[in-house]
Design a protein around this ligand. Structure first.
Ligand code: NAD
Length: 358
């Protein structure tokens, strides 16, 4: 029997991984304790995401906290060497929250990852392991690049070697503020790499920029494209925070991220680290995304502006995905920014905001 284990299975990345891998595996085992609601309140609830994955015929859910080492171990022990793939997407993604409760943040992101890695090592060490990491591990290091301000965005000096394709994996990790979230995610990222490099496990680390899709419970703290559309559809002002709304992110549809993880799973390279994002073609500032959404839908987006930026929130990030594409030439993103925005618009226009507890 072939089993895939997906942590964070009710969330954006995990939910998409369940749907994508269900037809290819006999069983998909999900781990999620619904903790996103604790981080972000009822608007962050993943109850809808959980209900959706529960409808997948060969899905089995475990309401397990990744901080609970014994419980995580028990799930992996149950399926043992039948487990061929693990996508670790459970996590605490909020930077302000991480500053308020750094111990909990570290326990979820860093210790939780180590718990999953260790259980995989002991019970199904041959499985492919995808660690969903983040460009936030670099904190504000990208702000040391020579940036210029244009009418609608921060932009890298066109003479800089990163201008055309974005920042590659050689960017420094030290001498940066990164919020406690960046610390816990970096610890997880390094622990995952070590299981690949030292122990030879089939671990791949994917450092993502801004991932989105209808499965995202976008809130002001996390999921800016989702929350922008959600706010616009509800007629609530969207909170733009700092940098004149000109901060740039490389948006990637979650289906394209999971497609990349699938490519890796077919021919894993132990201990590799990849930037995974939408590239320059899908990079947008907040102001530009608002204008694009208004153009696509004819709606007018109201927003509130707070000038003080979030701590260690860089003005510009585009990840260079060429390393991944060299290793996996079959992959390229299939969904452009308009697809992403229209999918979010359809989702939030149809969504009933009242959700049952997860
Ligand atoms: N969405 C993005 O833009 C983005 C970008 C870069 C990296 N990431 C990383 O990818 C991962 C997944 O992100 P996402 O956007 O799917 O987030 P998400 O919040 O939609 O999903 C995470 C899921 O993990 C679950 N969870 C949280 N704590 C848990 C715990 N202690 N035990 C079990 N389950 C728990 C949550 O309930 C949620 O369903 C995160 O680690 C995040 O840091 C996301």
């Amino acid at each position: 029997m072939d089993v895939a284990v997906i942590t964070g299975s009710a969330g954006l990345v995990g939910g998409e991984a369940v749907r994508r891998f269900a037809p290819e595996f006999d069983l998909v085992v999900g781990i999620d304790n619904g903790m996103r609601q604790e981080f972000f309140g009822p608007a962050g609830s993943v109850a809808r995401g959980l209900a959706e994955v529960r409808r997948v015929g060969n899905y089995r859910h475990h309401r397990v906290d990744v901080r609970d080492q014994a419980a995580v171990d028990e799930v992996l022990r149950t399926w043992g060497s039948d487990v061929r793939l693990v996508v670790h997407a459970a996590g605490q993604p909020g930077r302000a929250w991480s500053a308020e409760r750094p111990l909990v943040d570290f326990a979820v992101n860093a210790v939780g990852t180590l718990n999953v890695l260790d259980a995989v090592r002991r019970h199904c060490g041959d499985a492919v392991f995808a660690q969903v990491s983040t460009a936030k591990v670099y904190g504000d290091a990208p702000d040391a690049l020579p940036l210029v301000e244009t009418a609608t965005r921060w932009e890298l000096d066109p003479a800089h070697p990163f201008h055309e394709h974005g920042v590659d994996e050689s960017i420094r990790l030290d001498r940066a503020g990164r919020a406690f979230l960046g610390v816990s995610k970096l610890a997880a990222d390094l622990a995952a790499q070590e299981h690949g490099r030292q122990l030879g496990m089939k671990v791949g680390v994917f450092r993502c920029g801004s991932i989105t899709g209808p499965g995202q419970a976008g809130v002001p703290e996390h999921g800016f494209a989702s929350n922008l559309v959600r706010s616009a559809v509800r007629g609530v002002p969207y909170p733009v925070v700092g940098h004149g709304g000109k901060q740039v992110r490389d948006v990637l549809d979650v289906r394209d991220l999971v497609g990349a993880i699938r490519e890796f799973s077919l021919e894993p390279r132990p201990g590799e680290v990849y930037h995974l994002g939408g590239g320059r073609e899908r990079a947008t500032s907040v102001l530009e995304l608002i204008a694009r959404y208004e153009h696509l839908t004819g709606a007018e987006v109201a927003f509130d502006y707070s000038p003080r930026p979030r701590f260690a929130d860089p003005r510009w990030w585009i990840g260079d995905t060429r390393r991944f594409r060299r290793h996996y030439p079959g992959w390229s993103p299939a969904h452009d920014l308009d697809d992403v925005l229209l999918a979010l618009h359809r989702h939030w226009s149809a969504a009933d905001e009242v959700v049952a507890p997860g």
